[in-house]
Design a protein around this ligand. Structure first.
Ligand code: HEC
Length: 171
């Protein structure tokens, strides 16, 4: 397990520092060796620039909207190209889950890994739904994705929950 490697230095230190290690757990642990990942983007940038745009594109393609002028209309893609775009966005989210687990970016708690992996798994389901042009399955995958985002935010940064809502639900 990757995170246990990061926790070890804490265990070697005095009790006072163990407490300090515990308190600073919201920061990714320092990584002293290993491949040169480019971790310039902090978590805020990662969320806003990498993950959120793909997730929003997916949510905007799954469901229905009630419009005062047009009544109900569907958000689902209407041609092969549209479905292909949704599949591509879902693929980005599969890989975003991996990128969140990079040493130096991942937080040391095991839940971080669980939620990141769950995000990739759900995004794979969304990819399959898009490939099969299955509206119901895409809608379900979109809802599951939202649950994973929310569960991780709840665990690691509850205050962002109030600011965060998927585009298609917020509109
Ligand atoms: C493994 C945990 C985890 C998962 C999964 C996760 N997030 Fe986040 N997210 C965070 C953390 C931690 C922050 C707080 C980052 C910070 O310090 O600004 C955050 C913050 C955000 C923010 C606010 C950024 C800001 O401006 O402060 C948005 C938007 C966001 N996430 C979108 C998403 C979406 C969309 C998903 C799902 C597709 C998602 N997140 C899944 C951990 C996660």
């Amino acid at each position: 397990m990757t995170f246990s490697r990061h926790l070890k230095p804490c265990l070697l230190l005095s009790t006072a520092l163990i407490a300090a290690c515990g308190e600073s757990a919201v920061e990714p642990p320092e990584v002293s060796s290993g491949p040169e990942y480019n971790l310039t983007l902090n978590m805020t940038d990662f969320m806003n620039r990498v993950l959120e745009p793909s997730a929003d594109a997916l949510w905007r393609s799954a469901g229905w909207v009630l419009d005062e002028v047009d009544g109900y209309y569907e958000l689902y893609p209407t041609d092969d190209e549209g479905w292909q775009r949704v599949e591509n966005q879902a693929a980005m989210i599969v890989e975003a889950g991996n990128a969140m687990m990079l040493p130096g970016r991942a937080l040391p708690q095991s839940e971080w890994m669980t939620y990141s992996q769950a995000m990739s798994t759900v995004a794979l389901t969304a990819m399959q739904a898009a490939r099969e042009q299955d509206e119901e399955a895409l809608f379900q995958a979109g809802a599951q994705l939202y649950s994973v985002c929310t569960a991780c935010h709840q665990a690691f940064n509850p205050e962002i929950l109030s600011r965060f809502a998927p585009g298609s639900l917020a509109d």
